[in-house]
Design a protein around this ligand. Structure first.
Ligand SMILES: Cc1cc2nc3c(=O)[nH]c(=O)nc-3n(C[C@H](O)[C@H](O)[C@H](O)COP(=O)(O)OP(=O)(O)OC[C@H]3O[C@@H](n4cnc5c(N)ncnc54)[C@H](O)[C@@H]3O)c2cc1C
Length: 534
């Protein structure tokens, strides 16, 4: 699809932005209610979901329980997980896995025909449902894409990106879209009284990331620009074992490899995680990421060694990782794999309640772009697909139970319509600065410099996507600057300890982030910025 008229003629009530697990599942759950799904990339591409290798955490095995799953989630989240939310999600896991089975996802079974479950770091039980070893994401995307294409009530618009929300009287009235990769394209507006943002994460704001290019924080930025509250943006999870073979995004060596016994070694062959944590390679992700970062910073390098644990079984058990290694000339059955931490998952996002509602009337958010409180300062492995599917269903239920105002046919264009081609150098500089200044290890001075830069990019950029990237980058940097402690995935070398009095989630706005940046650059009257940790 689609021509300009097809878009502006729309009178659909519900518009879902994003074609990953959260967006597609929500659309399917809303059927037969008419919905429009907008996806910047063709369905199946440009979505982190398709790249998920581990699977979905669900306490479906005998002897496991939702309570145990929630307890593990709370333990990893470094004091910021909302325990009620975590338990609610864990309890709904079984039902959502069965929904996915009905949509055709071929989860692996054991010899008795029960769902097969794998183990991942910091889970106290084997509870990761998977597909053919490491193919869960691909299988989920292809089953849901097929189901969506076969559902007549779902209209899919591919190749358009949402770039702004239209608002009026404190509520969402529609959104502004633009054809992607076309600098001359005019924006088009769509009326809608119910918008669901399911645009994924922010990993691509970083130079080293496992996320697709579409995960560059645009959904987060447009919600923030419309005034929605943002929660916990400083908490970015870095995957400890991205495969370093010069690719952008970096291919991932799934955590399940370590679950199967692969170890982390340096160039001397030493297992450096043994000295850092009792669980060694299976310690929480933030600790492993910092361990890997430290070995690389010390010049010893970091490698994932699966020779003893998997050897010749590697190709069969982990076909995706195997293919990435072979393409780079590494045989993981016989050679250690070079790895480094990479921006992987955003615990923060658009603040939502238990129904997926944001602070802005008519705006829901689900999946990685949202922040429900389930992950706190650090996400437990394989909880994100679960959260996405649980909240997609809850949002659909909430929308079906709400009165959605009939949309005006032609909402006003939300922002100015200027655009230019994405300046590649500016984008690369922003991403490099996120990695060097707002990355695995942070400090106040570098965060302040990053904020001043991102605020200037926001003010001056003519390219709309770059401006939105700068907004999301600013939100992360400002909250990282304001949180003067180290907690979970947020590590400040100038404030290395956790501070009990700061054991609260962050709620912030774009206005608050801009205020901090302005105060640091002397643009505003100098005063101590409002603390954002609520
Ligand atoms: C390599 C990798 C492995 C992972 N492994 C696991 C795992 O094993 N288990 C687990 O639980 N989690 C895993 N995760 C995390 C998990 O995959 C994501 O958190 C989850 O898939 C997010 O789903 P989503 O629907 O929110 O977003 P996505 O699947 O990323 O989909 C976002 C969609 O929004 C579209 N989009 C973005 N911006 C716009 C815009 N402005 N306008 C229109 N469309 C837009 C994109 O094109 C895409 O269709 C992994 C992530 C990565 C990157």
């Amino acid at each position: 699809m689609s021509n300009h008229d097809d878009l502006t003629r729309s009178t659909d009530n519900v518009v879902i932005v994003g074609g990953g697990l959260a967006g597609l599942f929500c659309a399917l759950k809303l059927a037969p209610r008419p919905v429009t799904v907008i996806s910047a990339a063709p369905l199946g591409q440009g979505a982190s979901t398709a790249w998920a290798q581990g699977g979905i955490a669900a306490a479906v095995a005998e002897g496991d329980s939702a309570e145990a799953h929630a307890a593990d989630t709370v333990a990893v989240g470094a004091g910021l997980v909302d325990a009620t939310i975590a338990l609610g999600i864990a309890r709904e896991a079984g039902a959502r896995i069965h929904d996915l089975l009905r949509y055709g996802v071929p989860f692996d079974r054991d010899l008795e025909g029960k769902l097969a479950v794998g183990r991942e770091a910091a889970h106290s039980a084997r509870r990761i449902v998977h597909v053919r070893g490491d193919m869960a994401g691909l299988a989920i995307m292809s089953a849901l894409t097929e189901a969506v294409r076969a559902t007549p009530s779902i209209r899919v618009i591919e190749g358009y990106a949402a770039e702004a929300l239209s608002t009026g009287d404190g509520a969402v009235r529609g959104l502004q879209l633009r054809k992607v990769r076309d600098a001359d394209a005019r924006p088009v507006t769509m009326a809608s009284g119910a918008v669901v943002l399911a645009t994924g994460g922010i990993g691509h704001l970083y130079a080293v990331t496992t996320n697709p290019a579409e995960a560059s924080g645009l959904g987060l930025a447009i919600a923030a620009r419309a005034g929605a509250e943002i929660a916990d943006p400083e908490f970015v999870q870095f995957h400890p074992t991205a495969i370093m073979v010069g690719r952008d995004p970096a291919p991932l060596a799934t955590e399940a490899l370590r679950g199967e016994g692969a170890t982390l070694i340096n160039d001397k062959g030493e297992r450096f995680m043994l000295a850092r944590h009792p669980l060694a390679e299976l310690a929480p992700r933030d600790i492993v990421a910092r361990g890997v970062f430290a070995e690389i910073a010390a010049g010893r390098g970091a490698f994932l060694d699966a020779r003893a644990a998997l050897g010749a079984r590697f190709a069969e058990k982990f076909p995706t990782v195997h293919a990435s290694c072979i393409a780079a000339g590494i045989d993981p059955a016989r050679q250690p794999i070079p790895v480094a931490p990479a921006a992987h998952y955003h615990m923060g996002g658009i603040a939502v309640d238990a129904h997926g509602r944001s602070s802005l009337k008519g705006l829901w958010a689900g999946g990685e772009v949202s922040s429900t409180g389930a992950h706190g300062a650090n996400r437990l492995a394989s909880n994100s697909l679960l959260e996405a599917v649980v909240y997609a269903a809850r949002i659909a239920e909430d929308i079906n139970g709400s009165t959605i105002p009939v949309p005006a046919r032609s909402p006003a264009t939300a922002t100015d319509t200027r655009n230019s081609a994405m300046p590649a150098q500016s984008e690369a500089s922003l991403r490099a600065m996120m990695t060097s200044h707002v990355g695995v290890i942070r400090d106040g001075e570098h965060l302040a410099e990053a904020m001043r830069t991102f605020a200037a990019v926001e003010r001056n950029a003519v390219n709309v996507a770059l401006r939105n990237m700068a907004i999301s980058a600013l939100l992360v940097a400002a909250s990282a600057w304001a949180r003067r402690e180290s907690r979970g995935a947020h590590c400040r070398i100038d404030y290395p300890a956790e501070r009990p009095e700061l054991a609260h989630r962050t709620r912030t706005t774009l206005a608050a982030a801009r205020e901090i940046a302005d105060s640091l650059s002397g643009r505003a009257a100098v005063r101590t910025p409002q603390p954002m940790i609520a």
